[in-house]
Every structure is written in structure tokens, then in C-alpha cells.
Design a protein around this ligand. Structure first.
Ligand SMILES: Cc1ncc(COP(=O)(O)O)c(C=O)c1O
Length: 306
């Protein structure tokens, strides 16, 4: 809202946080702001989507929930050439694992509800601008919109951020082991984790991120029915739409975080019915694996309860 006006256009990663897409599609559109959603893992898609009135290239990397990785440096180059702003949602990494401003982004933001606070007990966000002129616009909007954080929440964030690096280190070690476990499971058809060599942008993730993070997406052979059985049978992993906390959370994006995104848009951006998103916490990794393994035993390959 601070950076766009009626008649402007935005190019966005297609698989972004569901409500961010709904906000653009259902509300910004009412004020004359248009958006084009593309798979930003391919820079040529971005170049093709930019129009004369494009003002912002909006990316989320890794993308929620597909775990696709977008090349920040390449995006910054395109944005500079086209004289548009590069805005990055860095929630999935936190500043601990990825620094978009260093790669040329103009503005970066985080849901601090997630890793930065880390304990799933507040809702908060932060936007960081490289240039003072952009900062001033953002601040004016923030004040007018009443986004000021209350002191207790600010205290909670400051307390949480002190353990950010050790929480992430521990959780991402767990995530790597869990991703490897999932990859070997016959009832699982695919696993997307930036730390796996099978991830299509593994080399880019290695270059751009200082760690592979704690979020894993995977698909079940039995599709939606199997996903439902799995979610109903985990005990340690909690069913929840948040991520980045000390506890392991599991969810089904197509029917939860991205429920409001149209079916066609979901399919086009890879948010399929079989996709499960796991935010790995700092519990004992063997306990998390055992929990998933026990729940998987309840599914047969076609997705019906055994
Ligand atoms: C990538 C991403 N960005 C933004 C948000 C919004 O965060 P909040 O819940 O703090 O509004 C989320 C929430 O899940 C998210 O996953």
C-alpha cells in the first residue's frame, strides 16, 4: 500500500503465502493495482511478465509451500534494469539463513510470528527498507494503519531473537534427517527440501542460503485422502498453519493456508492436493521420525484407512 498506486502492476512469485495472494487478488485489485503471478524460479518468466506500469517484483524464496527457490541476485539485476523495486518475503529463512538486501533487494520483510520470535505465542512483522525514501513511505503507512506493536509483544520478540541461531541450527539438522527419511518412504512420492540434492534448485540454495532451513514439503502417493490420514494420526507434530517455532507443525496447504487461493491458481503454482508442509522443530529427531512413521503406517498406497 505504501509503494503502489492505482494503475500500477506487480509481478509476484505464484506460490506465495496464501493470504498475501488473496490480499492482492481480492483487495488491491479493487484499488486498481494489478498483479501477474509467475514461477520466479525461471527469470525469463519474470522478464516476460514485466509491463510498462510494473512497479514491484515481489518474491518469496523459498516459496510457501512449494519450497521453490528464486535467484535473488538475478531478480535484483532484472529489477535494476527495469527500474522497479525488488521486495522479498524472507520469512522462511529469517535473517539467520538469507540476507536479501545483500543480494540487491530494496525491501525485505519477515513474519516475526515465525522464526524470529520462535515460540508461536505472538503475531508480529517487520519490514526493512534499504533506502530512507522507501523507509519514510513505509513508516507513514505503518503509523496510519495502526500496525504498532504493543510493548509486551516487543519484549517477547526481543527475548525470542536471542536464541534464533541455535534454534534454527538444531531444527535444520533435524529437518535434513527427516527429509532423508521421507525420501526413502515408499508411501511418499516426492520430497522438496532445499538441502536434498534432488531439489531442483539445490545448487542455488547452497549459494544463496547459509543453511537449508527447517521447512519440508512432500507429497503422498495416496493424494488428499492419504494426507488427511497422516495429519489425523501424528501425535507429536501439531496440526497448525504457522511455522518456524520450537515445535514441529504439520499442515495441508491446499485446504488450510492456501484454501482461499483458487483451485486453478493452486494447481498452476504447484500447490497440489497431496502436498503436506512440515515445519520441523527442535524436539528429538528420532521422536519426530517415529511419529511420522507411525502415522504413515495407517495409510495404504491408495489413501484409504487400513
Ligand atoms: C511466508 C509468509 N509470509 C507472511 C506470513 C504472514 O505472517 P503473520 O502470520 O505474521 O501475519 C506467513 C504466515 O504464515 C508466511 O508463511
Amino acid at each position: 500500500m505504501a509503494l503502489l498506486s492505482s494503475g500500477d502492476h506487480i509481478v509476484s512469485t505464484d506460490a506465495i503465502y496464501g493470504p498475501a495472494r488473496s490480499l492482492l487478488e481480492d483487495h488491491f485489485s479493487r484499488f486498481g493495482v494489478q498483479a501477474t503471478y509467475v514461477n520466479t524460479t525461471d527469470i525469463s518468466n519474470i522478464e516476460r511478465a514485466i509491463k510498462h506500469n510494473t512497479k514491484i517484483l515481489y518474491i518469496e524464496t523459498p516459496a510457501n509451500p512449494t519450497m521453490d527457490i528464486t535467484d535473488l541476485k538475478a531478480c535484483a539485476k532484472v529489477a535494476k534494469e527495469k527500474n522497479i523495486l525488488l521486495v522479498a518475503d524472507n520469512t522462511f529463512c529469517s535473517p539467520c539463513l538469507q540476507k536479501p538486501l545483500d543480494y540487491g533487494a530494496d525491501t525485505v520483510f519477515h513474519s516475526m510470528t515465525k522464526f524470529i520470535n520462535g515460540h508461536a505465542d505472538i503475531v508480529a512483522g517487520i519490514i526493512i527498507a534499504k533506502e530512507k525514501t522507501i523507509y519514510n513511505k513505509l513508516r507513514a503507512m505503518m503509523v496510519n494503519m495502526g500496525c504498532n506493536m504493543d510493548p509486551h509483544q516487543a519484549f517477547m520478540v526481543l527475548r525470542g531473537v536471542k536464541t534464533l541461531s541455535i534454534r534454527i541450527k538444531e531444527a535444520q539438522q533435524n529437518a535434513m534427517k527427516i527429509a532423508e527419511f521421507l525420501e526413502k518412504e515408499p508411501k511418499i512420492s516426492w520430497v522438496k527440501y532445499p538441502g536434498l540434492k534432488s531439489h531442483p534448485q539445490y545448487e542455488l540454495a547452497k549459494r544463496q542460503m547459509s543453511g537449508f532451513g527447517t521447512i519440508i514439503s512432500f507429497g503422498l502417493e495416496g493424494g488428499y485422502n492419504a494426507a488427511k490420514i497422516l495429519l489425523n494420526n501424528v501425535n507429536l507434530a501439531l496440526l497448525g498453519v504457522s511455522l518456524g517455532g520450537v515445535e514441529t507443525l504439520i499442515q495441508h496447504p491446499a485446504s488450510m493456508t492456501h484454501a482461499k487461493v483458487s483451485y486453478q491458481a493452486k494447481l498452476k503454482s504447484g500447490i497440489t492436493d497431496d502436498l503436506i508442509r512440515l515445519s520441523v522443530g527442535i524436539e528429538d529427531v528420532e521422536d519426530i521420525i517415529e511419529d511420522l512413521a507411525n502415522a504413515l503406517k495407517k495409510i495404504n498406497i491408495t489413501g484409504h484407512p487400513i
